[in-house]
Design a protein around this ligand. Structure first.
Ligand code: ATP
Ligand code: MG
Length: 575
């Protein structure tokens, strides 16, 4: 199944002749650059200064707009506040904020000062916050008074390195914290960004913790070259766009494409502080006249659950492009997008470590639903032959690239794109192990078809081995989702004396369906008919599949619970 794309306007920055143009593309030479200059100051010094940079919708539906000039002046003030506090180059500033205007000011002001920004999910509990602040050696934390009282005050004593906590909002200021607005009022609105090297550390991002303890990935200012180029190609972002990225700013997507890339490209960025709610989201798309929308499979599956009729009640005619990331995007969802939203959904693949989109279904490309797409311009991807542990086989420092199509291997990227992470914080050994023979090893298993499209199979440690077959959970989940009763599924391998592992599926039902033995039999038969030997042998109904806060099904937790094993690190589990 292919969704053909035709007739893109000449103004589109997309590639017309995929192969030759992609291969010809090279990353810009690593010039010294500051992300915040790229995102704010260059526009404030141009005709774009009065354009709306940021439109923040509050939980209470209030609207705050900042022009590029406003953002320039506020981020200058924030940089001056840091300077006044004696916080310098390379020192870490953490945010524990939702999508409020202060978040954007803090992020960009911190980068202007050449300090390092580390975003946290505002829904974290005190323990994961403490762990990350300690690991990241947080000097400053910016948060809300409420989060401060509930989550920071109890752990403050345990964080001697945390020198300053700044809180948003109005008086009274909680004890032990400083009022951000007051500090901003005492400093001037002028700040000249000091010379910043492309290799200066800019961001510290913790991974989603889907497979275990979250790792701290280090990113540099030069990464902005990749943020900008990939947003043009993979998100089709153009001047004049109104763009909405639903990812939480505590996750890398919410930073690379929820703050940096859109501002660097000078578009109007919409942010919505409200929780996921199908009606609210459709309303935001409609009322804000969003033209480009970047979201995640779990959100799209939830919209799907609400049916086509709900979507039909809104005017989504301004939407031009929808993209998704974070998890495999089931083909069913891509087709639903076409039918219910009038647009197909462009899947793309990347990781906290890669800092930017690496593989995608471009705007100009025919979409193969269920595929992640093809490598971005400047990106060389490959599949590597795997050893018994499921990871790339490394012999004497060398790896073997699989040339023929259709064969599964570990997805690897040729080192050297600008947003490549520069380290796992305090874990150089782990970082070194992520590379072999000039390749970065992603830990994901994929295959490539004759047309060069990559298809996600599984995370290397999620592959199920059953009766001599190797099965990726995603394939099984996608088939189950084709059944009208199924809204979402999580699939694991369960140890079995005979088969090695047997496939077990946890299934969330759509409204109107009951978890009856008859439905279970029907789903089992449906799976067997479609998947044969690799169909789930066991099916359990579960209306609350565990998700990470970045929206991924946590299969390792399903498995631990099934086997009665310890749950491991659950700091990123959505409660
Ligand atoms: P951790 O590394 O802590 O276990 P994580 O890998 O989930 O967490 P992220 O960096 O947020 O942390 O996610 C990257 C991973 O998400 C990829 O390695 C891949 O497994 C999955 N992923 C992202 N996009 C896609 C996609 N389009 N299709 C399939 N899988 C995807
Ligand atoms: Mg990972």
């Amino acid at each position: 199944m292919i969704i053909h794309k035709r007739g893109h306007s000449a103004a589109s920055p997309i590639l017309a002749d995929y192969e030759s143009e992609r291969r010809a593309y090279t990353w810009p030479p690593p010039a010294d650059v500051n992300i915040a200059w790229q995102a704010v100051d260059q526009h404030a010094a141009s005709a774009a200064r009065d354009r709306v940079a940021l439109r923040c919708i509050g939980r209470d539906d209030s609207l705050t707009e900042l022009t590029y000039l406003d953002l320039h002046l506020r981020t200058n003030r924030f940089a001056n506040v840091l300077r006044g506090l004696g916080v310098g180059r390379g020192e870490r500033v953490f945010t524990l904020l939702g999508r409020v205007p202060e978040l954007y000011v803090t992020v960009l002001g911190t980068l202007k000062n050449r300090s390092v920004l580390a975003p946290l999910f505002s829904a974290f509990g005190p323990e994961p916050i403490r762990e990350r602040l300690r690991l990241g050696d947080g000097r400053v934390l910016v948060t809300t008074p409420d989060l401060y009282t509930r989550k920071i005050a109890p752990i403050r004593e345990a964080l001697p390195g945390l020198k300053h906590v700044l809180v948003t909002g109005q008086d009274p200021t909680p004890e032990g914290a400083l009022r951000l607005e007051k500090l901003m009022a005492t400093v001037g609105p002028a700040f000249e960004i000091p010379p910043t090297e492309a290799e200066d550390m800019a961001l510290l991002h913790f991974t989603s913790g889907t497979t275990g303890k979250p790792k701290g990935a280090v990113h540099v200012h030069g990464a902005v070259a990749a943020h900008m180029a990939t947003a043009r190609y993979a998100l089709d972002l153009r001047p004049g766009d109104v763009y909405w990225c639903t990812a939480d700013p505590g996750w890398v997507t919410g930073m690379s494409y929820g703050v940096i890339a859109p501002l660097a490209l000078g578009v109007t960025l919409v942010s919505d502080a409200g929780e996921f709610d199908a009606r609210r989201w459709y309303r935001t798309l409609q009322d804000q006249r969003v033209s480009v929308w970047y979201t995640a499979p779990t959100a799209l599956r939830m919209l799907m659950r609400h049916g086509r009729d709900l979507a039909a009640g809104y005017d989504l005619s301004h939407l031009r492009f929808i993209a998704s990331v974070g998890e495999p995007l089931n083909p069913e969802v891509v087709l639903w997008g076409q039918e219910a939203l009038g647009l197909p959904i462009h899947d793309n693949w990347w990781q906290t470590e890669t800092g930017a989109i690496m593989i995608s279904n471009y705007a100009s490309m025919d979409i193969k639903p269920g595929s992640m797409g093809r490598p971005m311009p400047g990106v060389t991807a490959a599949l590597l032959d795997r050893g018994a542990d499921g990871r790339a086989r490394i012999t004497g420092g060398r790896v073997t690239v699989i040339e023929e199509p259709g064969v599964e291997g570990e997805l690897a990227l040729r080192s050297g794109w600008p947003s490549m992470f520069r380290g796992y914080l305090n874990d150089p050994e782990r970082y070194a192990k992520a590379f072999a023979g000039g390749w970065y090893l992603s830990g994901d298993v994929a295959r490539r078809d004759e047309d060069g499209y990559y298809w996600f199979v599984a995370r290397a440690d999620d592959v199920i081995k059953s009766a001599g077959h190797l099965i990726g959970p995603f394939e099984v989940e996608s088939v189950l989702m084709e059944h009208p009763a199924v809204a979402e599924a999580g699939v694991i391998g369960k140890p079995d004396a005979v088969a090695g592992e047997l496939v077990k599926a946890f299934v969330t039902l759509k409204p109107g369906y009951q978890p009856t033995p008859a439905l279970r039999r029907e789903l089992t038969a449906f799976g067997r008919k479609r998947l044969g030997a690799v169909a789930p042998k066991e099916i359990a109904f579960d209306q609350h599949l565990p998700h990470t806060r970045s929206g991924k099904v946590m299969r390792r937790l399903l498995k631990a619970r099934e086997l009665g094993l310890p749950e491991g690190d659950t700091s990123t589990l959505e409660s």
